[in-house]
Write a protein that binds this ligand. Structure first.
Ligand code: SF4
Ligand code: SF4
Length: 324
């Protein structure tokens, strides 16, 4: 079992490693489209439908040849696409939205911009305060403003160059950058991706994860339908020891209220609430843990009362009706 104080570091490591993979994949021909040869490069070689010899040079209309072509097409074109399409539903069934919380490069960027906005404005969003916002702003905001400005320039450009490498050979891109002479495709790729990264990181952030990202939506839908998907489990038997410090809510960048027994579809299984509660109540006394099954709420009167009161409380019922 993971020690919870290692969860945060481990998550940052997986996020950074995945970003590294995304960046190096086209450089080392792990995956990219070569616009010069109009072919897909996968694991160092050109992705081949296996049809060239039969299809282009010597078309033989016999049944044997036709079935060979159909089989090659199924193996090399349809099957890989089905595999790619199945990745996120499968992940959802087994791990819920774990990929979003632990690997997604955009999610990592949004968290970085969230934390800088908290240090500068005292809230996660640049538009307004949210009850879940962590404490802030920092007493000395100048360094954070400088870091934010640097991030706003360097990060979009970095991803603009890296992601354009999926469509234009990275060597071509870098030689154009060094000579400061750009073809239309390279210029459009770098500028387009940079603008998208800047706008999504500054303005949209986790709203994109909740309502737009198709990979996130597939994990969410299949994760919710799956009885065995990974989830954050609240131990209702421990609810009466809750100090109501709200640290579990303030660390949640997806605005989930993890104490509620009902599973929230926006939870990305990041585990930050597990760490926050263990820091408050002591290791292994925290209310939350990763789980593959839904635990039944025990017949503990105090715990059941707490859940019911808490549900009413966050719906805005007057305090005298919810707290005793
Ligand atoms: S509820 Fe916990 S695990 Fe889920 S997104 Fe929020 S902090 Fe992460
Ligand atoms: S972090 Fe733990 S103790 Fe604090 S409010 Fe959340 S559940 Fe209660």
């Amino acid at each position: 079992m993971l020690k919870t104080d290692k969860l945060h570091i481990l998550r940052r490591t997986t996020q950074l490693l995945f970003i590294l993979l995304i960046v190096v994949a086209p450089v080392f021909d792990i995956l990219r489209f070569d616009s010069d040869t109009k072919s897909l490069i996968f694991m160092g070689s050109e992705w081949d439908l296996g049809l060239k010899e039969n299809f282009y040079i010597n078309i033989n209309p016999s049944f044997g040849n036709a079935s060979h072509i159909a089989w090659q097409f199924f193996l090399n074109a349809i099957l890989p696409w089905l595999g790619i399409l199945a990745i996120f539903p499968l992940l959802g069934v087994i791990t819920g939205r774990f990929f979003c919380g632990w690997f997604c490069p955009e999610g990592a960027l949004f968290e970085l911009f969230d934390s800088l906005t908290v240090k500068i404005f005292g809230r996660r969003s640049i538009f307004g305060k949210n009850p879940n916002d962590p404490p802030g702003p920092s007493k000395n905001r100048i360094p954070y403003i400088l870091i934010a400005l640097l991030c706003m320039v360097i990060i979009p450009l970095f991803f603009g160059i890296a992601l354009t490498g999926y469509f234009v050979n990275p060597k071509t891109i870098w030689s154009q950058i060094i000579n400061w002479e750009f073809t239309f495709g390279v210029k459009a790729g770098i500028i387009g991706v940079s603008i998208y990264i800047l706008i999504s990181s500054l303005i949209v952030r986790h709203t994109l994860c909740k309502y737009v990202c198709s990979a996130g939506l597939m994990q969410m839908l299949f994760g919710c339908a799956s009885p065995i998907s990974l989830r954050i489990q609240t131990d209702a038997a421990k609810l009466s020891s809750c100090t109501d410090c709200k640290k579990c809510e303030k660390v949640c960048f997806m605005n989930v209220k993890p104490r509620l027994p009902k599973r929230d579809i926006n939870c990305v299984n990041c585990g930050e609430c597990i760490q926050a509660c263990n820091n408050e109540l002591g290791k292994s006394n925290g209310l939350f843990s990763f789980s593959k099954i839904k635990l039944p709420i025990p017949p503990d009167e105090k715990a059941v009362d707490f859940v019911l009161n808490y549900e009413q409380c966050i719906k805005g019922a007057p305090c005298e009706k919810t707290c005793r």
